[in-house]
Design a protein around this ligand. Structure first.
Ligand code: PMP
Length: 450
């Protein structure tokens, strides 16, 4: 392609800065104008190719423009199906529901109801909150430090990150933040993996203490692997405890699988690692096969809300349902969740090896293809749990060095100090090696530039 003024990256980026909102986020750290995309790759306006290990913030399970999703979308158009149906049913929707339900744990699938939501994950979380509040007649919500559930008033209220919260008054009240088992920065200052036991003891005590200050909650909501909070996988034992504690007290457990769902962590749903069954599952991102779609799936006993209790215009995106069905089938047929587990292990062990050479890498963790590398300052004193303070400037430097070398990834977590890898599940063994190679060179360059 001829590069001229209109096709330069910088022209589009300048226009974006001039015209788009100050609230824009990713382009500030990932200054690219994307022209084309296929599989794990995106290509900018000037023909430079990048590995995309952000993949729509974990949305693109099959990468960009996968043939099975494209074919499904084209078929919808070719067959002159409706593109938009509110929540009116269609054969495409029927097939999508069949496919999703066939992937749920058997006993849950039999008891499950599904609510189609406005297309974002945040809207589905909003729906889940309303569902449990209505069903229980209660108002308080137990959520977790470091949790992320969206950017609306309600979802921001139950999310940890104080940055965007501090300027928005009047978020929903009666949300209570519990300590998440983050072993590197243990909220109880414990070394190793012991903190999760204190977390569950604390939560159980709080629920039984008549002077806890917190009324019996309408639900507990959690991510099995906290994503935006810094890629923090919860220990299996802790997850089992959360299920036991909530079950014994009749508290609905909402599992936010928006980022972890559909194979990313090495199982179709991340809660399966713990062998637990939630009362409510919230799904978005990957389920639309790269198009916007979100659902809440829940135990029919909670189905107490009135007709029209959660509505919204864009709940009938047929292309998304068709692409989602195709993605789900492909993931299952190709055993992509097992592949994700294998590729994830390879990445994790290579990064753990890299950690030995770079003391600025404080922690490497993950489950499947959801991996976080926490960047710290080893020259500062350690906390009682053995962690060093975060070093966000170096994390962004690493991100920038990766970008310059053709690798897109995101930073997140506490103080933006966790470099996060969320590649599509179709990443090949060879591509994993390439990504690791770029990452290693980027870390080296970033550290040397200090
Ligand atoms: N929950 C989790 C776990 C997420 O990762 C996200 C998005 N990053 C959301 C909820 C919100 O989804 P959306 O951005 O589509 O509203």
């Amino acid at each position: 392609m001829m590069i001229n003024e209109l096709t330069r990256n910088q022209t589009l980026l300048d226009q974006q800065v001039k015209r788009e909102s100050n609230a824009r986020s990713y382009p500030r750290r990932i200054p690219i104008a994307i022209n084309k995309a296929e599989g794990i790759f995106v290509t900018d306006m000037e023909g430079k190719q990048y590995y995309d290990c952000l993949a729509g913030a974990g949305t693109l399970a099959l990468g960009h423009n996968h043939p099975v999703t494209i074919e499904a979308m084209q078929k919808v158009l070719h067959d002159k199906r409706p593109l938009h149906t509110l929540d009116i049913t269609t054969p495409i929707k029927e097939e999508f529901v069949n496919e999703i339900f066939s992937n749920l744990p058997g006993d849950f699938a039999e008891r499950a109801k599904i609510q189609f939501c406005g297309p974002t994950g945040g809207d589905a979380i909003e729906a889940a909150l309303k569902l449990v509040k209505t069903a229980t007649g209660r108002s308080s919500i137990l959520t977790f430090q470091g949790g992320y559930h969206g950017s609306t008033h309600g979802t921001m209220a139950i999310s940890g990150n104080l940055g965007p919260k501090k300027n928005v008054q009047g978020l929903i009240p009666d949300t209570h933040f519990m300590p998440y088992p983050y072993s590197y920065r243990c909220p109880f200052g414990m070394k190793g993996n012991e903190g999760h036991k204190i977390s569950s003891t604390y939560i159980e005590n709080l629920l039984d203490d008549p002077e806890s200050g917190i009324l019996p909650p309408a639900a507990m909501i959690l991510e099995v692997v906290q994503g935006e909070g810094g890629t923090i996988p919860a220990p299996i034992e802790w997850l089992k405890e959360m299920r036991r504690i909530t079950s014994e007290r009749g508290i609905p457990l909402i599992i936010d699988e928006i980022q972890t769902g559909l194979g990313r962590t090495g199982k179709m749903f991340a809660f399966e690692h713990a062998g637990i069954v939630p009362d409510v599952i919230v799904l978005s991102k990957a389920i639309g096969g790269s198009l916007p779609l979100s659902v809440v799936i829940y135990d029919h006993e909670l189905d107490k809300w009135e007709p029209g209790a959660h509505i919204g215009t864009f709940r009938g995106n047929q292309m998304a349902m068709a692409a989602g069905t195709a993605s789900l089938k492909f993931i299952k047929e190709e055993n992509l969740e097992k592949h994700a587990a294998k590729m994830g292990e390879k990445m994790l062990s290579a990064l753990q090896k890299l950690q030995l050479d770079f003391p600025d890498i404080g922690d490497v963790r993950g489950r499947g293809l959801m991996i976080g590398v926490e960047i710290v300052d080893p020259n500062e004193p350690q906390s009682s749990s053995g962690s060093y303070p975060s070093q966000p400037a170096l994390a962004s430097r690493i991100q920038r060095e990766c970008f310059n070398r053709g690798l897109i990834l995101e930073v997140g977590g506490r103080n933006g100090s966790v470099v996060r890898l969320l590649p599509p599940l179709i990443i090949t063994n060879e591509q994993v090696s390439d990504v690791l190679n770029i990452f290693e060179r980027a870390v080296k360059a970033a550290v040397e530039s200090l």
